[in-house]
Design a binder for this molecule. Structure first.
Ligand code: ATP
Length: 327
């Protein structure tokens, strides 16, 4: 046990994700269990610079496990990218007596954490919180399971109207650099095809798939488009397809930010709870500069330097399954 650490600061940073509150709750209660003090830092790194600290107690995190978003609020801080901003953040942490940090966020958050550690040596452990599920070093990130459940619920509803009217729907889901949400919601929602940044699909290929579907007497079709797909997004692709394939009435739905919100699923609450406990226990055991994740359902630590530079590899088997089941 590290007796040097007396007060732990916890913050959320970058995009919000369902399950962050479960992680905050777990961090606060684990610290208290080990007789440590905890401060919540509002608005991520920006709140460190503005000295927005709130003391946290076991009751400060009552009734939050089921809530989406983050009670600590989140922000993207340009100031923290400057040396002067980070110096101010560090000075404020010292004044507040905070001697270790738990950062909940994505790769940008951990890039900042690695730089901050390099400059000031304050122990830090990160919890992956981003709906995109695109971080190296963990099988799942907080918010991903909730996001794909939200997307699938929407696709189910779209399917009802698609089948009733013989329609072709292009459904755009989140994922600027990653097709994880698109692929999982495509398989779970029974889509005909999934377009994503990890593979390039020509309009000819897509039209061929749709034509085969029509020949196989499909009454409707659903194509999932990840927002970062190289063809320019769901509207552009729909336009190109419509010009050459008019078997179905074509519609576009962009799911947008509803994928970020909502009550976290059981899986995200469990993940946030497990990673929150592991983050605090590892800090107290002297761990630092690492992200805590789950690999093969076991807690695993990955250096920030690897989590932020190594690529998350999409499971090719899932691509095969999505195509095999769409006949
Ligand atoms: P998401 O995956 O949801 O976008 P993220 O953590 O990757 O989450 P970013 O906006 O990229 O979100 O990063 C969060 C914050 O981390 C930034 O606003 C900035 O304050 C800090 N940060 C990112 N990169 C750096 C950097 N190179 N130097 C210092 N701080 C950084």
């Amino acid at each position: 046990m590290n007796n040097v650490i007396e007060k732990i600061g916890v913050f959320t940073s970058g995009g919000d994700a369902p399950g962050m509150n479960a992680a905050i709750r777990a961090v606060v209660r684990t610290a208290i269990y080990y007789h440590k003090q905890v401060e919540g830092i509002l608005m991520g790194y920006e709140g460190m610079i503005d000295a927005q600290f709130i003391p946290m107690h076991a009751r400060s995190v009552s009734n939050i496990i089921h809530r989406g978003g983050t009670i600590l609020k989140t922000a993207r801080s340009e100031n923290f990218k400057t040396k002067a901003g980070r110096q101010l953040a560090y000075d404020n942490l010292r004044k507040q007596g905070i001697d270790a940090l738990v950062a909940i966020g994505g790769d940008g958050t951990f890039t900042g954490a690695e730089i901050f550690y390099g400059e000031f040596g304050i122990p830090m452990v990160g919890i992956p919180g981003t709906i995109d599920n695109d971080l190296y070093g963990t099988d799942f990130t907080l918010g991903y399971d909730t996001a794909i459940n939200t997307a699938i619920e929407a696709i189910d509803k779209i399917r009802d109207t698609a089948a009733s009217h013989s329609r072709l729907f292009f459904v755009e889901v989140m994922g600027r650099d990653s097709g994880c949400i698109a692929l999982a919601s495509g398989i779970g929602g029974g889509a005909e095809y999934v377009l994503m940044p990890e593979r390039s699909t020509s309009i000819n290929d897509l039209i061929q798939v749709l034509e085969e579907g029509a020949e196989n007497k499909k009454s409707s079709s659903i194509v999932i488009v990840a927002e970062g797909e190289h063809g320019g997004g769901a509207y552009k692709i729909a336009e190109k397809v419509k010009a050459r394939f008019d078997h179905y009435d074509t519609k576009v739905v962009v799911l947008g930010h509803i994928q970020r919100g909502g009550s976290p699923t059981a899986a995200d609450r469990l993940l946030g709870s497990r990673l929150g406990v592991a983050a605090v226990e590892s800090l107290l055991q002297g761990e630092s500069r690492k992200m805590v994740g789950l690999v093969n359902n076991k807690v695993a630590f990955t250096p920030f330097a690897d989590a932020t530079t190594k690529d998350f590899i999409l499971d090719k088997e899932l691509i095969r399954i999505s195509e095999l089941l769409a006949i």
